[in-house]
Design a protein around this ligand. Structure first.
Ligand code: AMP
Length: 277
């Protein structure tokens, strides 16, 4: 696997790939790779001739310095995992390479904003769309692969591609989950044993509720479920909501809907979503 740190070097390599008529798939990550990330890379490999994975902890999408500086970093393990699955190229830029000047973020997308994570992490999605736009402009992939775990992010990136006229197919890939049914997440590598137990119990409670929603199908009320979650050593709930998966409007019917959650176990923020149909 090639490991490239400089933008101009990457661009030169990718021009040669494109000149050969080969397709490029990209997977953008912040590292601490797990099976969720690897599933995106495998999907990209099935559908493209050449796959670029990036690892870049993007400073402009964090809401505070501690969260940014404490983000898990496991670059040697990540490289080993990428080598093992046969990724073609790892783009591993320094911050200076992506933000040559100040750490500025642009407000590019306004649809699907003001709700869910945007309400609780103001500016986060401006950071995300800014960095994804930069990466898309450098890599110019034919297709880019994103996880449904970050469902609102996919919606916003689909808007970004339209607004910025990127000729890139956005492919959404299902969440890879652990035995408790919760999505794998880099942040979970920071759990203590007790927190892991709470996380697993949370999974059981959520799946009980999903089964209830599937049976009830309309007029679903979240109050009782929220109460149960708070009893389960959850520090803080940002949101627990049911929304239609096409327009992200609030709904109380299960058809075409997902349960969206964002909450804290200790200081660790968990986000996930679950199909209710
Ligand atoms: P991150 O490194 O957290 O920025 O994630 C990079 C990409 O991997 C994003 O498109 C995420 O949605 C995706 N991803 C993260 N966790 C999972 C998971 N458990 N299953 C599938 N995709 C995931």
């Amino acid at each position: 696997m090639k490991i490239i740190r400089k933008t101009n070097e990457l661009e030169q390599i990718l021009v040669l790939i494109k000149d050969k008529g080969q397709s490029i798939g990209s997977v953008l990550t912040m590292g601490n790779l797990h099976d969720g990330h690897l599933s995106l890379i495998k999907e990209a490999q099935i559908n493209n001739d050449f796959v670029v994975t990036s690892i870049f902890i993007n400073p402009t999408q964090f809401n505070n310095e501690t969260d940014f500086s404490s983000y898990p970093k496991t670059i040697d393990d990540d490289i080993a995992k990428l080598e093992k699955i046969g990724c073609d190229l790892l783009f591993l830029p320094e911050i200076q390479e992506i933000y040559p000047g100040d750490l500025l973020k642009q407000n590019i997308v306004n649809n699907f904003r003001g709700i869910l994570c945007d309400k609780y992490r103001p500016g986060h999605f401006d950071g995300v769309t800014t960095v994804v736009d930069i990466f898309f402009s450098i890599i110019k992939p034919n297709a880019s692969y994103f996880g449904e775990k970050d469902f609102q992010q996919i919606k916003i990136i689909q808007e970004l591609v339209k607004i910025k006229n990127h000729n890139i197919k956005i492919v959404s890939c299902p969440s890879i989950r652990d035995d408790s049914g919760m999505s794998l997440s880099s942040r979970n590598s920071k759990f203590t044993n007790d927190q892991s137990k709470i996380f697993n119990q949370l999974g059981s409670k959520i799946y009980e509720f999903i089964n209830f929603c599937k049976k009830k199908s309309s007029n679903i009320n979240l109050d009782n479920f929220k109460k149960q979650i708070l009893e389960n050593s959850i520090n803080k709930i940002d949101y627990i909501e049911i929304r239609n998966e096409n327009n992200l409007d609030i709904t109380n019917v299960s058809s075409k809907a997902r349960l969206f959650i964002a909450l804290y176990i200790g200081e660790i923020r968990i986000i996930d979503n679950f199909k209710l149909y």
